[in-house]
Design a protein around this ligand. Structure first.
Ligand SMILES: Cc1cc2nc3c(=O)[nH]c(=O)nc-3n(C[C@H](O)[C@H](O)[C@H](O)COP(=O)(O)O)c2cc1C
Length: 288
């Protein structure tokens, strides 16, 4: 896959054509789901692709932002065993599947889950794994896409105003707003990131989707180590923070792997604490 191209063009799709996907596409997607990328080895997962008739009416008032369920011809449900970092692993694997879908011409959008057990009961799904992701899938309706724009103010995230606007590209912060050098708040210079060979990785990582487009990730570069910190907001919960972290780790790794060398994220805190503010926590780091 040409990840730079896919990441640059991909966006959440919220208006779908009624047409169902062809069997050929469904089979390709289904095949890919079984082998999607993993952040953590050894976690058993399961993916189900379901038609609208089996999902939409049941979940009409029980999933999505403000319980506004997205209407789509298909849905992907991702189930996971509960093990360390299984939620970050879900973000990573599911976004990888969404990129594959996009490559096949299929649009998608994450749908917030408030109560996974309720969803399983309503859909009559019997598995001991937890429902960790729900995604709308289908062909994008022409010229109708809406995007979420959030006030991404660093200093007052809880006042973020989420509104739906009719354009095609959700806003993102600049690379130098999300990458610090050695010290929290010390903004990186683009030239330095270019010299380190990491400018592209950060450029594309910041295009990662996140809950309510809150872009909660900050990176710190310190002597060959890239540290990832993620913000907690009043409007989001731990599940959403972890999914957002998993997604950005995928984007960063895909680009580094395709340009320079293979990186491996290590989940957990660094020895050094970096005096980061209390609303952020270090979630992972890698050697670059
Ligand atoms: C964990 C998660 C949950 C999301 N839930 C919803 C949702 O319930 N409804 C919705 O319309 N968009 C949802 N989104 C999509 C984000 O709002 C979207 O990715 C973000 O606004 C950036 O826009 P873009 O994907 O078009 O670049 C969710 C995204 C993530 C990562």
């Amino acid at each position: 896959m040409d990840y730079k191209d896919l990441i640059a063009r991909m966006k959440s799709v919220r208006d779908y054509k009624k047409d169902v996907l062809s069997n050929e596409i469904i089979q390709k997607l289904d095949g890919y789901c079984k082998n999607s990328k993993k952040l953590v080895e050894g976690i058993n997962t399961e993916v189900m692709l379901k038609a609208k008739a089996d999902v939409y009416d049941e979940l009409k008032n029980d999933a999505g932002y403000n319980d506004l369920m997205l209407e789509a011809p298909h849905y992907l449900l991702f189930f996971s065993e509960e093990k360390d970092n299984y939620i970050e692993n879900t973000g990573y694997a599911v976004q990888d599947i969404m990129l594959k879908a996009f490559e096949l011409g299929v649009g998608s959008c994450w749908i917030t889950i408030r109560d996974g057990e309720l969803v399983k009961n309503k859909l009559g799904i019997n598995t001991d794994k937890k429902l960790t992701a729900l995604v709308a899938l289908g062909l994008e309706e022409d010229n109708k896409n809406k995007t979420i724009v959030e006030n991404v103010s660093e200093y007052n995230p809880s006042k973020a105003n989420v509104s739906i606007v009719k354009d095609n590209v959700s806003e993102r912060m600049g690379v130098t707003d999300i990458v610090y050098m050695k010290k929290w708040g010390e903004k990186a210079e683009l030239d330095d990131l270019v010299n380190l060979g990491l400018a592209d990785a950060f450029f594309y990582a910041r295009l990662a989707p996140s809950t309510k487009n809150r872009q909660p990730w900050r990176f710190m570069y310190d002597n060959g180590i890239v540290v990832l910190a993620v913000r907690k907001d009043e409007s989001t919960n731990e599940y959403e923070e972890k999914i957002d972290a998993g997604i950005v780790m995928l984007y960063f790794k895909l680009i580094v792997d395709s340009t320079l060398f293979n990186v491996a994220w290590k989940l957990g805190k660094t020895e050094k604490e970096y005096e980061i503010p209390s609303d952020y926590s270090i979630v992972a780091y890698c050697n670059s």
